[in-house]
Design a protein around this ligand. Structure first.
Ligand code: HDD
Length: 691
């Protein structure tokens, strides 16, 4: 087996890094530059001269800085890390990185949204890409997945249609980063196969709190092939160690304005601060002889295999531990391809996957300007690369020798064809007529949409209904709204009725029974994770704040890996009630931040501080909004007056209506925040949201 260490890719990249420290400015040709602020003119007020090679080169290089953005998944963020398998999977596969637990396979992961352009907001309602490049000793393996386990369509020939429909409208390029427009709903309402995926898209899965708190899926059924040629079908799952958590829609929309880089910043800052994102790789193994054991087709990418039928076996972990050095060179130029598989992993005949096998390689030719993009540092395999491919735009290597063909004797027959050790395609038997028709086994478009609906908690269901109402409410065409409600009726009568009531469509008549089956693993509540690592807490305070409790709170959060920001009416050091003897963070100004940027809020104690906050409109709004978004809220002693001012149920001492006080933690006695308060608040923070 090839020895691989987790920093091998980092070492390889070192040769491509250019450090400008202690250097002199030159042209591209290495000629030292005398002056880069003034172009060469005829006299101080005269015309510029054509011979100014520095001016021409500088402007020419600037003019060509942009490359085409990805036609989908244009907006993304990446990070390096490593993958390690727990135990050998040699029973199933010859892929070395899945067979040797001592290997740390270096990886690059790029997360993305699908619809928006490169500069669009992170928190739009959309699918998220989760693409992983494993630099294995046997070559690169790319697992190009999404954060939803199913896809819109069954056949790749429909991909241009679904993407045209969801992208901004061709006449005016509106709307950016949104599916709430006529063409998307017009398309999906005529394609029942999209209904399962659209349920996921209308759920909170489409607005993840963080890339660190979303799952990833390979979507298609792939094959694993072992040394004996035995074949096992497999589905890939990434599960975040922090659990699955999402935003709420009202919050997501506001974040898009307050911090369009919300998810990107979160990934970057987590890695910089050492709160490393981790995911577990889980596999669903389906023995070859069980291929036809299900009510749907394993080749259909609009279907899941419920975990209750085939468990997800945890097989390894992925840790992201290093931010890229340069966004363009790495995150923008990384090129994933579903066709990049290593010996021991193979494709199936899923017609969506088959079309993808063409598309990725093809699109990189335009995007990266020619066929040599695998030589770019981020794409370069760690495995040795030798072949007879040559020339083309951007050739950075100098191939040696005369034997640039096979077979050759001039080059000693090299590179030799490894034969048995090379990638051998699984010898699947194929027999059939050429035909443009879908298999009957792909025909059921509603059962799993119903399964998804049945598996949701109450709050998830209400969010799904609200999302349909929002999106269809932005769709002007009444006939499209109606068509969609007819589909929802096939999924669940209550769902269809609730959506119809919000969008001016008549209540549909029941068409059949909900099958009643569910898969609890599909709910966001199934994986909540543990602890509060990387969670962001706003502490509201004003001059005169009670210092001892504030310091205890900051320490308690810090010890558990949560990140606290002190927010006050003005930025800078905050005057406390105790001659400022303890070390406290500098305050950020309240009007530069917003509750939507935090997971929770605490109002610090202290008479003067509380009195000032009650008078501060930003502070009042902050707390009321955090409550609206069901976030944990804490108030220490006098700080509770701000909860009262914001009108929070229960804050005035009267009993809160059922459930309305959940997640609100109050220390009633005066004095510094005590151990009980801190424990209770951190417990509430672990619980995330209180809907
Ligand atoms: Fe795709 C990019 C995921 C279907 C054609 N796709 C792309 C990326 C992800 C996915 C995560 C971004 C990779 C990166 O970060 O650079 N795509 C999926 C999943 C699919 C899927 C999970 C269904 C299961 N895609 C799909 C189909 C086609 C494409 C059916 C075409 C027939 N996808 C592309 C592309 C992109 C791409 C046009 C755009 C940029 C790129 O490839 O490199 O080739």
């Amino acid at each position: 087996m090839t020895e691989l260490r987790r920093d091998d890719k980092d070492q390889q990249l070192a040769s491509a890094r250019v450090d400008h420290a202690d250097t002199r400015l030159t042209t591209d040709q290495g000629i030292p530059v005398e002056d880069t602020d003034n172009s060469l003119h005829a006299g101080t007020r005269g015309p510029s001269l054509l011979e100014d090679f520095h001016l021409r080169e500088k402007v020419m290089r600037f003019d060509h800085e942009r490359i085409p953005e990805r036609v989908v998944h244009a907006r993304g963020s990446g990070a390096y890390g490593y993958f390690q398998v727990y135990e050998s999977l040699a029973r199933y596969t010859t892929a070395e990185f899945l067979c040797d637990p001592s290997l740390h396979t270096p990886v690059f992961v790029r997360f993305s949204t699908v619809q928006g352009s490169r500069g669009s907001a992170d928190t739009v309602r959309d699918v998220r890409g989760f693409a992983t490049k494993f630099y294995t000793g046997q070559g690169n393996f790319d697992l190009v997945g999404n954060n939803m386990p199913v896809f819109f369509i069954q056949d790749g020939i429909k991909f241009p249609d679904v993407i045209h429909a969801v992208k901004p409208q061709p006449r005016n390029e509106i709307p950016q980063g949104a599916s709430a427009h006529d063409s998307f709903w017009d398309f999906v309402s005529q394609q029942p196969e999209t209904m399962h995926h659209v349920m996921w898209l209308m759920s909170d899965r489409a607005i993840p709190r963080s890339f660190r708190t979303m799952q990833g899926f390979g979507v298609h059924t792939f094959r694993l092939v072992n040394a004996q040629g035995g074949n096992t079908f497999v589905k890939f799952h990434w599960t975040p160690v922090l659990g699955t958590h999402s935003l709420v829609w009202n919050e997501a929309q506001k974040i898009a304005g307050v911090d369009p880089d919300f998810n990107r910043r979160d990934l970057w800052e987590s890695i910089e601060s050492g709160a490393l994102p981790e995911y577990e790789l889980g596999l669903q193994f389906i023995p070859e002889d069980r291929e036809f054991d299900f009510d749907w087709d394993l080749l259909d990418p609009t279907k899941i295999i419920p975990e209750e039928l085939v468990p997800v076996t945890p097989v390894g972990k992925l840790v992201l531990n290093r931010n890229p050095d340069n966004f363009f060179a790495e995150t923008e130029q990384v090129a994933f391809c579903v066709g990049n598989v290593v010996p021991g992993i193979d494709f199936t005949d899923d017609p969506l996957l088959q079309a993808r096998l063409f598309s990725y390689l093809d699109t990189q030719l335009t995007r990266l300007g020619g066929p040599n993009f695998a030589q770019l540092p981020v794409n370069r395999p760690l495995a040795p690369v030798h072949h007879h491919q040559q020339d083309g735009f951007g050739q950075h290597e100098i191939p040696m020798g005369e034997g640039n063909y096979h077979p050759n004797t001039l080059g000693g027959g090299c590179p030799v064809v490894p034969g048995g050790d090379g990638f051998r395609h699984f010898p699947e038997r194929v027999d059939g007529h050429k035909i443009r028709r879908r298999s009957e086994t792909f025909a059921d478009h509603y059962s799993q949409a119903t399964l998804f609906w049945n598996s949701m908690s109450d709050w998830e269901r209400s969010h799904i209904i609200e999302a349909y109402r929002f999106e269809l409410g932005k769709c002007d065409r009444m006939d499209v709204r109606k068509r969609l409600v007819d589909h929802l009726e096939q999924i669940d009568h209550q769902l269809a009725v609730a959506v119809a009531a919000g969008i001016g469509v008549d209540e549909p008549a029941p068409v059949g029974e909900n099958h009643g089956r569910s898969s609890p693993a599909l709910s966001l509540t199934a994986r909540t994770g543990e602890g509060v690592l990387g969670r962001r807490v706003a502490i509201l305070a004003a001059p005169g704040v009670e210092e001892v409790g504030l310091s205890r709170l900051c320490q308690a959060l810090d010890q558990r890996g949560a990140k606290a920001d002190l927010l006050a009416p003005a930025a800078g050091p905050l005057r406390t009630n105790n001659q400022d003897t303890l070390e406290l963070p500098e305050a950020k100004a309240l009007n530069t931040m917003a509750s939507v940027l935090y997971d929770a809020v605490v109002i610090a104690g202290g008479e003067d501080s509380a009195a000032a906050l009650v008078e501060d409109g930003y502070a009042v709004h902050f707390v009321a909004e955090a409550y609206l978004h069901a976030k944990p809220i804490g108030a220490v002693a006098e700080g509770v007056s701000l909860l009262r001012r914001a009108g929070l149920p229960g804050a005035d001492g009267a009993p809160a209506p059922d459930g309305a006080g959940a997640g609100v933690v109050i220390q009633t006695e005066n004095g510094p925040a005590g151990a009980d308060f801190l424990e209770e608040f951190i417990g509430a923070l672990t619980g995330q949201r209180y809907f």
